[in-house]
Structures are given as C-alpha cells and as structure tokens.
Design a protein around this ligand. Structure first.
Ligand SMILES: Nc1ncnc2c1ncn2[C@@H]1O[C@H](COP(=O)(O)OP(=O)(O)O)[C@@H](O)[C@H]1O
Ligand SMILES: [Mg+2]
Length: 221
C-alpha cells in the first residue's frame, strides 16, 4: 500500500468560527493506480490533496505514506521531494529556465549529481516523447505542452505518488486527453499512483477508481 488515510478530520478557523471541511476521510491507495476525487467547487478537494501531500495539517486521524507515519509536527519538505510529485492547475514552470533545466532543478533537492540529473531528465523526455522540447523555454511551448512538462517535473524524482489538483482546469479537450493519456502511460510504465482532484466528470473515462467528496466524506470504490 502506498497511502492509508484513516478518519481524517479537518476544519478551518475563520473569524473565530470553526468551519468543518473534512469529516472523516478514509482512503487506501495501492501501487500503480489512477484515481479521481470528484466534487463541487468548495467541497474540500484541494484541502484533502494538500493533506495527503503533507502540505497541510489535519485536526485528527491517521495518515501513512510509503509506510511513514505523517503527523502535524514535522517538516516534511525532504520527504516530499523524494516521495510525492505535485501538479497544479497552472504549470508553475520557471520561465527563465529551459524545459531540460526545469526537470533538473527538482533533482538538486534530492542531491542528485549534475550528470545523473541531466541523464535522468533527458531519459524521461525521451521515454515520454517530449525530447523535442528540451531546449525550449516555457514561453516557447504551448499551454498543453507546458502542463505535460509540469507532469514530467512531478515524476522526475521517481516518486511513488503524484497528486494533481485540477490539472486539466486550464486545458482544452484535446490537451486534456493528452494529459490523461500521459498519466496513464506513467502509471503503467513507472508504477506510479496518481490522484487527480477535479470537477471534470470526463476524467472518469481514464481512471481505475473514482471517489466523490461530498459533505466532507469520501464515497467511492
Ligand atoms: N485557508 C483556508 N482558511 C479558511 N477556509 C478555507 C481555507 N482553504 C479552504 N477553505 C474553505 O474550505 C472549503 C474547501 O475548500 P477547497 O479545499 O479549496 O475546495 P475545492 O478544492 O473542492 O474547491 C471551502 O469552503 C473554502 O472556503
Ligand atoms: Mg480546489
């Protein structure tokens, strides 16, 4: 098992008032799965993804990722660099760096030496048919290509888990399809588990399992 969440509860304090967002989330994720978490805007999808990604704290409950027990009191930045890749609605590539360099930078965080980092980045671009973009800058590629490179950046440190928050939110249909096909290729070829939070029902055509977040509870298979 790659991830286990047990009875996760999360509230925010807004102007002295407690707002419950997650009311007992249970979830188990296994190797090489592509999963969706659907829900209306404001349902708590981003909150849940941020908790699963150790980016946000939770009130109570249990969370284990790759057999590591996650609590609220530790700095998980190094853990994240090795174990979790993130994709967001906007690509967040660094504009002053080439595509290849954008794929090298995350590897510096896990202290890969330069030669290995370049080799890994080129390999990944080759394996996923994007090597033609290696020397371009983000401004010189299309929006769909930028998002696909953002996915490769999430993958470059070979995490077992990729969390994607509305990754197709800014893409047209054609580029959404390409992104979802890329996720499926990655799932198959690298045995990565991918979780997509989305309100786009269309994504269900590509996933193995689907959950719905409603009233702070996750329902699905
Ligand atoms: N930092 C925050 N402080 C207070 N309330 C928040 C915060 N972040 C999110 N919320 C609230 O939590 C609920 C869920 O938000 P979010 O997780 O962003 O939903 P979704 O991603 O499904 O649109 C919303 O009602 C939102 O207003
Ligand atoms: Mg959101």
């Amino acid at each position: 098992m790659i991830l286990s969440a047990k009875n996760i509860i999360k509230s925010y304090k807004v102007a002295n008032e407690k707002v419950n967002v997650l009311n007992g989330i249970n979830l188990e994720l296994f190797d090489s799965e592509f999963i969706s978490i659907m829900g209306a805007s404001g349902a708590g999808k981003s909150t849940l993804l941020n908790i699963l990604g150790t980016l946000d704290s939770f009130d109570s409950g249990g969370l284990q990722i790759n057999s590591n027990i996650i609590n609220n009191n530790e700095d998980y930045s190094t853990f994240r660099a090795y174990n979790i890749g993130f994709v967001f609605q906007f690509h967040h590539l660094l504009h002053e760096f080439s595509v290849l360099e954008n794929l090298i930078i995350p590897q510096m965080l896990i202290k890969k030496n330069n030669i290995n980092a370049i080799h890994n980045a080129k390999n990944l671009l080759g394996e996923l048919d994007l090597i033609n973009l290696e020397n371009r800058y983000p401004s010189q590629i299309s929006g769909g290509e930028r998002q696909r490179i953002a996915v490769l950046r999430a993958l470059v440190n070979q995490p077992k888990l990729i969390l994607a928050d509305e990754p197709t939110g800014n893409l047209d249909k054609e580029n959404s399809v390409k992104l979802l096909e890329l996720f499926n290729t990655i799932k198959e070829n690298y045995k990565t588990t991918i979780v997509v939070a989305t309100h786009d029902e269309f994504i269900k055509n590509y996933t193995n399992r689907n959950f719905k977040l409603n009233c702070g509870i996750l329902i699905g298979n």
